[in-house]
Design a protein around this ligand. Sequence first.
Ligand code: NAD
Length: 461
Amino acid sequence: MATPDYSALITGQREYFLSGATRPASWRKAQLKALKAMFAENHDELCDALWKDLRRNVVDADTMDVAYNVREADYALKHLDSWITPERVRAPLVLQPGHVRVRHDPHGVTLIIGAWNEPFMLLFAPLVAALAGGNTAVLKPSELAVACSAAAAKLAPKYFDSRAVAVVEGAVPETSALLEEKWDFIFFTGSPEIGKIIHQAAAKNLTPCVLELGGKNPTIVHSSANLKTAANRIAYGRYLNAGQICTAPDHVLVWPEVKDAFLRQLGDSIRDFFGDDPKSSPDYGRVINARNFDRLVGLMKSGKVVVGGQSDAAERYIAPTVLVNVTEDSPIMNEEVFGPILPVLEIPSVDAAIQWINSRPTPLGLYVFAEDASIAERILDATRSGDAAVNDCTIHPMVPELPFGGAGNSGMGKYHGRWGFEAFTNARGVLYHSASIDPGVRYPPYSKHVFERKIQNKLLP
Ligand code: NAD
């Protein structure tokens, strides 16, 4: 098969960007409104695509992928005028008369590569930031969310000029061909493994990039925790989208004295949410494909099943499952679970929890359930993670004021709200200096102005 050639598409976007068309606030607002219209007018079709790919119910479809993007665009529309107004900062006395400003200028032509688990959010939330920043964008959906990729490719041309926003469908060959092109900015969501490929491709042209990656999110349940609430929120976070959420609790570390009570509560929460037969619950999703189904069924053998454990290959169904008797070296503890299986391990102390976290790759999310507030602060003070939540998990990306993104192995760069706008723009410092006064003191020969230079150095900030 011939290598796909995207040079004409990218040249078209570059010409459009360089024409200045994308810079005015009015253009940016029109694009954000188009994005909102795309999601509002095709709500049912987009939800249907999520149902086909992931058997996602409408409430979760809206929370994560459909209404979510409308909210993100609304937030950008509300704040755009203030974001794009250059910030005044103080000019040092020696540069007077003059003033200094920080402009937030677009990068230019950007590439956004998405993962399959939140197929619309991972393309269109970055797109909101790209458009608010005055960029053009090419979106590459994951080929694994087949219906969602097709829906994005079908609908985007109806709402956007392809010189501004285009969708390119495809898998590795198409993405590799896209990465051969020169971009001004790359935004990638996916696994740390592929993140490294993207980072290397970006390095060829020193292209800045944001990498939104995954990892194993530790979830600490302290002996002081409100166990019922902890169980509800952990079960919600782990089994939402059948566990296929980057911010889901990956494993629980619980104090031994409350382990049994926590496990009982967890079982109750799962039953309360999905009934005795989660397979027939309209609210419970499915695994994306056979490859992941087989991987997850294999991981279930890493411990003793205390809740769930059932599976059905024909439907790609795996019951909400809880495992105990899992050891640190078992397969499930050595890869991101990314499915509806939750290993619960004992941890004896705060120090042991800190040691656990610090001896592993930096996670995307870190969650602490404790009524004793000092426990969470001790853990936060001594560890690293992209983001964190106390007495909650998974849903912190819903707060538009919070930066969202990884650290270390879970990624680099942040987005959502103002943070996305900053990622998709260059903070360009500008000195406006009056030409009317030009004291010779700054110019050589320096020996002429020894005394004045001493004074000048005192005036520098
Ligand atoms: P993935 O890394 O396999 O794929 C992501 C994208 O990269 C897809 O569009 C895919 O087509 C492309 N790709 C795959 N192989 C490639 C290659 N060799 N060269 C170039 N491009 C390639 O990830 P996934 O399976 O789609 O998603 C799951 C991962 O994403 C998990 O690790 C999860 O935690 C992470 N994730 C992170 C976030 C976040 O915001 N941090 C959100 C969702 C998912």
